[in-house]
Design a protein around this ligand. Structure first.
Ligand code: AMP
Length: 176
């Protein structure tokens, strides 16, 4: 991962203080998405370490994980599976409750979204406490599949969310 490409991306993350709540420093990825070259570089950096792996699908977490996940799935030549907030997926789902850095929530996956023994990559824009990613791993496992790797554009290092995801492989691009 070249330093030049990483700083190019870092310059396109905007800090928004006190959003969505007092005391949260929100990492806004919309300037990166709006820059075609930055978005392309971001997907390249996510895909490069995964290219030697046998991957069956990319699982993206609502909603910012959809943007990165769909592009990454296309790049890797596999399908995209959405993990969504409750009540959004139309067919039969599995549901897991989890804690967020700001509040608590639940997520769902279609029961038939993955095949038994599929190896998937889970993608989100950011890992904070790791609660969302851990819940997603549980959803993938309920489908009988396994998480081969997690990919996050941003890692909030002090919260050490990655430690909760061990022993799966975790790829992050920007540490804060
Ligand atoms: P966590 O489950 O604590 O790892 O939180 C990760 C989820 O919350 C991701 O979907 C992020 O998009 C969102 N999130 C948490 N903290 C922040 C933050 N400081 N800035 C932007 N998004 C955040």
């Amino acid at each position: 991962m070249s330093k030049r490409r990483v700083s190019f991306l870092r310059a396109r993350i905007r800090d928004v203080p006190n959003f969505p709540k007092e005391g949260i420093l929100f990492k806004d990825i919309t300037p990166l998405l709006a820059d075609v070259e930055a978005f392309r570089v971001c997907i390249e950096l996510m895909a490069e370490p995964l290219e030697p792996e046998a991957i069956d699908a990319v699982v993206g977490i609502e909603s910012r994980g959809f943007m990165f996940g769909a592009a990454l799935a296309d790049k890797l030549g596999v399908g995209f599976i959405p993990v969504r907030k409750p009540g959004k997926l139309p067919a039969a789902t599995y549901r897991v409750e989890y804690d967020l850095e700001y509040g608590s929530d639940a997520i769902e996956i279609h029961q038939d979204a993955l095949s038994r023994d599929d190896r998937v990559v889970v993608v989100d824009d950011l890992i904070a406490t790791g609660g969302t990613a851990l819940a997603t791993k549980e959803l993938v496992q309920r489908c009988g599949a396994e998480v081969a790797a997690f990919v996050f554009l941003i890692n909030l290092v002090d919260l050490d969310g990655i430690a909760r995801l061990d022993p799966s492989r975790v790829i992050t691009i920007l540490d804060y």
